[in-house]
Design a protein around this ligand. Structure first.
Ligand code: ATR
Length: 273
C-alpha cells in the first residue's frame, strides 16, 4: 500500500515540499504519496488527527503551525523542544514524534553544498525569531569559535541566549554591538527583506572570503544579499538549499533512505541577480 505523507500549513499552495518529496520518492524507489493540506487557522490539531485516521504516516508542518506541531507531539526531539517549534511529525500508533530539521538543513547546505565549514569560524545570525531558534543548536554543534545573535529588539536576543545557555555560549545584542566585529558566516534569519527593508549592518562586518546566507529563497538577490554584495562578498546563497536539505532529513527519518539533493536544489534555484 502506498504510504501517505503531507505538508500542512496555511496558506499552502506555494509549498515546494510536494515537488521535492515526489522527486526524492522517484529517485529512491519509495512507494509514497505526498500532498499539500491547508488547515484552517483554528484547526491544525483536528487536521493532523484526520490525516492520521486516514492512514497518514508523517507530515511536514509549515507556517503558522510549527509551534503547535511541537505542542501536540507526544515525543518532541530536543531540537524541537529548544526551538519550541517542529517542522516534521511522524505517527507511530498513539505516538507522535516531532523534529525540527530546519537547522540541520541549514548546516548541511552551508557545509556540504556551499563548502563553508563552521568549525572554528565566527558565525553571526541576524534576528531572534523562530527561524533563529530552529537553527541555533545544529550550528552550535559544529563548534564555531563565536556564535553571535543580534536582533532589532536586543532583549529578545539576550532571552534567547539564556534559553540556550546549557547548549551554547552565545554572544547576543543589538545591531549597534556589531561595530568593529567581523564574521566568516553571516545568516539572515529576519523577515526584514520580505518588507523590502535593509538591515543596519556596519562596514567591515564581513571577513575576507565570508559567506552571506539569506534563509529566504526564490526571491533572487534580497536586500540583505545586495548589502553583502555591495560590501564585496562573493559567496552569496539563498535558502533553497536549506529547504531541500531539511526535506532530505525528514525523508531519511521517515523512510530510512537518504535521497540525493543536488539536482533538486539546482532545479528549484533561481539566479541571484
Ligand atoms: P520567524 O519565525 O520567521 O523568525 P518572527 O518570529 O516574527 O519570524 O521573527 C522575525 C525576526 O525578524 C525578528 O527577529 C524581528 O526582529 P524583532 O524581534 O526586533 O521584531 C526581525 N525583523 C523583522 N523586521 C525587521 C526589520 N525591519 N529590521 C530588523 N529586524 C527585523
Amino acid at each position: 500500500m502506498t504510504d501517505r505523507y503531507a505538508v500542512i500549513g496555511h496558506p499552502i499552495s506555494h509549498s515546494k515540499s510536494p515537488q521535492i518529496h515526489a522527486a526524492f520518492a522517484q529517485a529512491t524507489g519509495q512507494d509514497l504519496s505526498y500532498t499539500a493540506i491547508e488547515a484552517p487557522l483554528d484547526g491544525f490539531a483536528a487536521t493532523v488527527q484526520a490525516f492520521r485516521h486516514e492512514g497518514g504516516r508523517g507530515a511536514n508542518v509549515t507556517l503558522p503551525f510549527k509551534m503547535q506541531a511541537c505542542e501536540l507531539a507526544t515525543h518532541p526531539s530536543e531540537a524541537a523542544r529548544l526551538a519550541g517549534a517542529a517542522n516534521a511529525l511522524k505517527f507511530e500508533g498513539e505516538r507522535v514524534y516531532a523534529e525540527n530539521f530546519d537547522g540541520i538543513g541549514l548546516v548541511n547546505d552551508i557545509q556540504r553544498n556551499l563548502g563553508h565549514a563552521l568549525q572554528g569560524k565566527r558565525v553571526l545570525l541576524l534576528g531572534a525569531g523562530g527561524a533563529t531558534r530552529g537553527a541555533l543548536l545544529p550550528i552550535a554543534q559544529q563548534g564555531p569559535a563565536v556564535l553571535a545573535v543580534v536582533n532589532r529588539t536586543a532583549d529578545k536576543a539576550h532571552a534567547l541566549g539564556r534559553d540556550f545557555a546549557a547548549h551554547a555560549m552565545l554572544q547576543t545584542g543589538g545591531y549597534d554591538d556589531l561595530e568593529g566585529e567581523t564574521f566568516d558566516v553571516v545568516i539572515n534569519a529576519t523577515s526584514a527583506g520580505l518588507a523590502g527593508e535593509a538591515l543596519p549592518l556596519p562596514a567591515g562586518l564581513f571577513a575576507s572570503g565570508a559567506l552571506a546566507y539569506d534563509m529566504v529563497y526564490g526571491k533572487g538577490l534580497t536586500p540583505f544579499l545586495r548589502q553583502a554584495q555591495a560590501a564585496g562578498v562573493t559567496a552569496l546563497a539563498d535558502g533553497v538549499g536549506m529547504l531541500v536539505e531539511q526535506a532530505a532529513e525528514a525523508f531519511l527519518w521517515w523512510r530510512g533512505v537518504r535521497p540525493a539533493t543536488r539536482e533538486v536544489i539546482a532545479r528549484l534555484s533561481v539566479p541571484l541577480v
